[in-house]
Design a protein around this ligand. Structure first.
Ligand code: FAD
Length: 398
């Protein structure tokens, strides 16, 4: 576990930190800092009430959750207690389900993650302020450090845009987050071709009773189905009808589930003076790779480690944060962009056999080779090699 210099030398003076945004990024950073030195004055300002949340579940790969375990085993225990873990994924294409083995994802309700973070923050003396919208860093002129963890539409980033130089890339596909009581144990990607076009569901069970059900449609389908002019209830009914076979009589559940387009966020500069961007405010992934919460929490760990390295030199701390975090963050974001593009350009792939289609999905980022597929999922590799014997021939001789 990382230990801060400040806690080794308790005589070092505490710092004052204001964090705008009480999502996973802001709360986890607040917790790590306060746990190390309770004399730090750490305030988190969250615009929403305490128990408000959007979205349903969140997913973490094994690797992602191990980051939390290594630095905060007590939070890891709280996050994994009673958690739903299944090993498989499934791709449904042309009404055929292809299993993708050995893809472990830990899932939990976003609200439970936030509650665990609130509890841990309070235990170490973090001041949590709810119903407290802030968009002006000047409110915190006496802070040593200001953290803008206010999400993908960050108001702080917008206010200081000339310094951060954000690049906002709104993608063409439309998305709506629903929940359902149908239990999709395998994290499932369901492709349904309908008269209006193509609808995709990204779905997984995250609690004993519920699954997240994210629906994605391309602009042509969105137009042909008239989704722009449908009410929330009418859109939900359209999605229920498209995925009726998969839902097997279960309803979709709405939580202010409006259609939205996903924006990929990048920033040329990650900090300005003593103000640093964190989580979605800094850079977004994409829901199709389920990495937003992971990226946010890894940012928090990296900033904490930089604070440990340079406890009383904020410019050095922030420069270290960028050096420490940018390569991994860029790599994951690139994978997320490739994944996004795969979903946006499915037209020519729809004629593929279900096994070929599932294989194409698995290798979409360019980071998974045929040798990897063979190792992780020999059954899928064998089914693919039946259709494409050249794939086996291309393997390096052992
Ligand atoms: C509609 C939607 C649904 C999502 N659902 C899921 C899901 O089900 N599963 C999943 O894995 N990922 C989901 N994501 C992505 C995921 O939530 C993010 O990637 C992740 O939460 C990033 O963490 P964060 O702390 O950086 O930002 P957020 O979690 O967005 O937290 C930012 C916080 O800042 C607060 N805030 C914003 N502006 C201000 C302000 N001016 N003053 C004070 N507070 C402010 C917000 O209320 C919010 O609590 C969803 C994203 C969206 C847009």
């Amino acid at each position: 576990m990382m230990v801060c210099i400040a806690s080794i030398f308790p005589g070092v003076s505490p710092v004052k930190i204001n964090i705008i945004g009480g999502g996973p990024a802001g709360l986890f950073f607040a917790y790590l800092m306060a746990r190390e030195n309770r004399a730090h004055q750490i305030h988190v300002h969250e615009r929403d009430p305490e128990n408000a949340t959007y979205g349903w579940g969140v997913v973490f790969s094994d690797v992602a959750l191990n980051f939390v375990r290594d630095i905060a085993p007590e939070l890891y225990s709280a996050m994994t207690e009673g958690q739903v873990v299944f090993n498989d994924m499934a791709v449904v294409h042309r009404n055929t389900r292809v299993r993708l083995a050995n893809n472990t994802f830990h899932r939990m309700a976003r609200i439970d993650l936030l509650k665990a973070l609130h509890r841990h923050c309070r235990q170490v003396g973090v001041h949590l302020h709810f119903n407290d919208r802030r968009d002006n860093p000047a409110d915190f002129a006496d802070s040593d450090l200001i953290v803008a963890a206010d999400g993908a539409n960050s108001a702080i980033r917008a206010r200081l845009a000339e310094h951060f130089q954000p690049e906002l890339d709104e993608r063409p596909n439309w998305l709506a987050w629903y929940g359902t009581t149908q239990k999709f144990q395998a994290l499932s990607l369901i492709f349904r071709q309908v008269p209006e076009g193509l609808a995709i569901a990204h779905t997984y069970q995250y609690s004993p009773t519920h699954s997240t059900f994210l629906v994605e449609v391309d602009p042509e389908t969105f137009r042909a189905a008239g989704l722009a002019s449908k009410s929330e209830a009418e859109s939900l009914a359209w999605c229920e009808q498209v995925f009726a076979k998969d839902l097997e009589g279960h309803r979709l559940l709405s939580n202010n589930s409006q259609w939205f387009r996903y924006t990929i966020v990048k920033n040329r500069h990650w900090y300005y003076r003593n103000i640093v961007l964190l989580g979605d405010a800094l850079r977004t992934g994409h829901p199709s790779v389920g990495s937003g919460t992971r990226l946010a929490m890894q940012d928090a760990i990296a900033l904490f480690e930089s604070a440990c390295e340079y406890p009383h030199d904020v410019p050095a701390m922030l420069a270290d944060f960028v050096a420490r975090r940018q390569p991994g963050s860029d790599r994951l974001q690139l994978a997320a962009i490739k994944s996004t593009e795969w979903y946006e350009n499915l037209g020519p792939k729809l004629s593929l056999e279900p096994v070929e289609f599932a294989y194409d999905y698995l290798t979409r980022s360019g980071r998974v080779t045929h040798a990897d597929v063979r190792q992780r999922d020999p059954e899928l590799a064998a089914a693919y090699e039946k259709l494409h014997p050249e794939a086996a021939a291309s393997l390096p001789k052992s």
